[in-house]
Design a protein. Sequence first.
Length: 405
Amino acid sequence: MATTFAYKVKDRSGQVTSGTLEGDSVTTVVTKLRQKGLTVLNVSAKSASQNLSFNIGRKKKVKIKEITIFSRQFATMINAGLSLTKALHILAEQVENPTFAEVITKIQKDVEAGQTLSEALAKHPRVFSNLFVNMVRAGETGGVLDDVLLRVADHYEKDIAIKSKIKAAMTYPIAMFIMSMLIVFAMVTFVVPVFVNMFAQLGGDLPLPTKLLVFSSDVIHNYWYILIGLVFGARYLFKIYKNSDSGRLQLDKFKLKLPVFGQLFTKLAIARFTRTFGTLISSGVPILQAMDIVADTANNEVISGTIRSARLSIKEGETIAQPLEKSPVFPPMVVQMIAVGEETGALDSMLIKIADFYDEEVGNLVESLTSLIEPLMIVFMGIVVGGIIISLYLPMFGLINLIKS
């Protein structure tokens, strides 16, 4: 994991300057500084307290949509002949997010100080991803920075579009589930106690469903604070498990094996992998470096593990398709299309075609799931609410006899 190091250096004119730089170790940072022709005086890792002011000052998170707009506008300005510093100055003034404006201003100052754009962007990993930085670096090297920035914008726009489609499709089912839970809570909290008092006055033995309902009502009334503690405790433990290497791997495996939803997660992962990989290659990023980036941005440990294994195989002389063929995650069609792309020298365009195909598949699958989930949620809501009502009215049949006696 990269660490922020504070450094003090002397340039060729003898002027002493200081700043910060990301790196895996002190040796890495020293090497980077010396490559720039600087004499290193001191390098030390920044403590958490030194970074605290930046974290506290972050009033607003920078969204992917804002980065997309920034990339497209930046590309347009560069294509129009504006210098990097001038374009960054204009962008810093026009963005509405103050946090993003501050970051762009810092990048502008770093570029004016002689750093490359990619080096300046790399100082802000919370805003600009590894994918973004490496594509910009490739664009700088190839002299096609404006084209690369447009590719970045296209990549993020398609990513946003598919996420928005999934969120929109899941809004109604989630709202239905929340409403049903609120109704259940209201009935168990306010309605059931009224019936409990009536049952107690009349006496008699209650049916099992009614006993369970009464027990649930008593638990909520008398031990609600314990239930809240258990919920937050379970959430905390799940978060720890999810953030662990083994837990994340097991959860990702479970997601891919889920009925119906497993297909959705698999297709999403393949679409993300192929689009990111294709975008990186088309921007001039070397294949091995691109695979490192893709593995880190796959959002699924199963896919990431497969990509890392494929990278090792490629390093030993195999094609990309050969190691992917051994994985059960990648369908034969994807493997064959990648193999054809390698043979024809059009791997980047083939990967983008696969991504477009799977984006469409994800959209169709989401629509199918929505049409399936909506009636299931209505049935679920009917069963839960109806079950409570039936449990309350079951004793009524016995109460008639008790009243007569």
